[in-house]
Design a binder for this molecule. Structure first.
Ligand SMILES: Cc1ncc(COP(=O)(O)O)c(C=O)c1O
Length: 377
């Protein structure tokens, strides 16, 4: 029996388990950020240098091949993904995959805003749809790691190498945590506040050669706002991929991302980041396995997220989870661990690289205590 009067002796040192914005890198302090470029034009030499450096670091840490361009765009991950949808879709049929809230958001965009009549392939929370059903003569939209269900694609094997359509991956909770076969990806997007623990604000857009070809040969029927325009006089605006942003970026957010990327590089880059998030997910998996009242929302282990891990709690409804999360927050033991509002009631614990494994381990006894306390009413 858990003694309700005795809170666990040890607290997670950094109780930051939010699935976005996520924990800052260990050792982070705003005082450590470079500030020379602040208060200057982002088009001055120093601004361009820092934007270009952030792009180079992202390429290096992601192990992105030279075939793919990478640029900083407005509007966070949503901005980057919608920019890709609005500029490239409509040239051929479209398939949208959805197994949680964010994938469902791209379905809504395709159906209600762009009025594209896509083929929609869905699965319930906790499951992946049958990926073998996908018709690769169409453009295909999917979320690599569904942040609100904790279900991800296990790999890129299901993406046809000889596809005629383009693959669009919302990879915001996936990059820097999994191996991505870039030869299978025509468009990918993410934002800095997830696995890097950066600041919100900007999106990152990755384009493979076939996406560039689409942009240069196809003009959508609908109007494009300036912040979505990637092409000028029929040619890709290459400057965007060198740090000449479409509009004014937050150089503070850029410096913050540089801090995180330098930290990542110091860990050994992608391998170091993956090792940290794998260890976190394993530590949380052990906590779940040892408790019969906790379970994984993602049924199959092969498609279970190693970043946004979503858990079921026996007998819990939305009010129970609210009380549970509030109790942990009150004790500074865990912040922001309630599942997403549209997902089945449960917990969501971020296991990305910026979280320390010891903090996940220290969370276990707090989950027991909070569960027993809320259950006792
Ligand atoms: C899979 C996924 N897509 C899109 C978003 C929206 O991201 P942003 O707020 O960066 O636009 C999120 C945010 O959590 C997400 O997890």
């Amino acid at each position: 029996m858990t003694d309700l009067n005795a809170v666990p002796a040890r607290k997670p040192a950094r109780p930051h388990f939010s699935s976005g914005p996520c924990a800052k890198p260990p050792g982070y302090s705003p005082a450590k950020l470079a500030t020379e470029c602040l208060g200057r034009s982002h088009r001055a030499k120093i601004g361009k240098l820092r934007l270009g450096y952030a792009i180079d670091l992202m390429r290096e840490v992601l192990q992105l091949p030279d075939t793919h361009r990478i640029g900083i765009v407005p509007g966070s991950d949503t901005g980057a993904f919608e920019m890709a949808m609005w500029t490239m879709l409509g040239a051929r049929g479209v398939t949208t995959l959805a197994w949680e809230s964010f994938g469902e958001g791209w379905v809504t965009d395709a159906v209600k805003q762009l009025k594209l009549d896509p083929t929609v392939i869905r699965a319930d929370y906790g499951q992946l749809p049958d990926l073998t059903q996908v018709d690769w003569s169409t453009d295909v939209l999917f979320t690599w790691n569904g942040t609100t269900s904790g279900v991800r694609v296990p790999n890129a094997d299901w993406i046809a190498a000889d596809r005629e359509g383009l693959s669009f991956a919302d990879a915001t909770s996936a990059v820097f945590a999994y191996d991505i076969d870039w030869s299978k990806i025509d468009v990918a997007t993410f934002s800095w506040q997830k696995v890097l623990g950066g600041e919100g604000g900007h999106g990152v857009l990755i384009l493979g050669p076939r996406a560039v070809e689409r942009l240069e040969t196809y003009t959508p029927a609908w109007p494009l706002p300036k912040v979505f325009r990637l092409v000028s006089k029929g040619k890709l605006t290459e400057g965007i991929f060198r740090g000449e942003t479409i509009n004014t970026p937050s150089m503070l957010a850029v410096e913050d991302a540089i801090f995180a990327l330098e930290w990542a590089k110091g860990l050994g880059g992608l391998e170091g980041l993956k090792a940290r998030s794998d260890a976190n997910a394993a530590a949380l998996g052990k906590i779940v396995a040892e408790r019969d009242w906790l379970g994984h929302l993602a049924i199959e282990e092969a498609s279970r997220s190693k970043t946004s891990v979503c858990l079921t709690v026996e007998g819990a409804d939305a009010d129970f989870i609210k009380a549970f999360a509030a109790l942990l927050e009150k004790h500074d033991a865990a912040y922001d661990v309630a599942g997403y509002r549209d997902a089945p009631a449960g917990l969501r614990i971020w296991c990305g690289a910026t979280v320390d494994t010891q903090d996940i381990e220290d969370l276990g006894p707090w989950l027991d205590w909070a569960y027993a306390t809320v259950k006792a009413g």
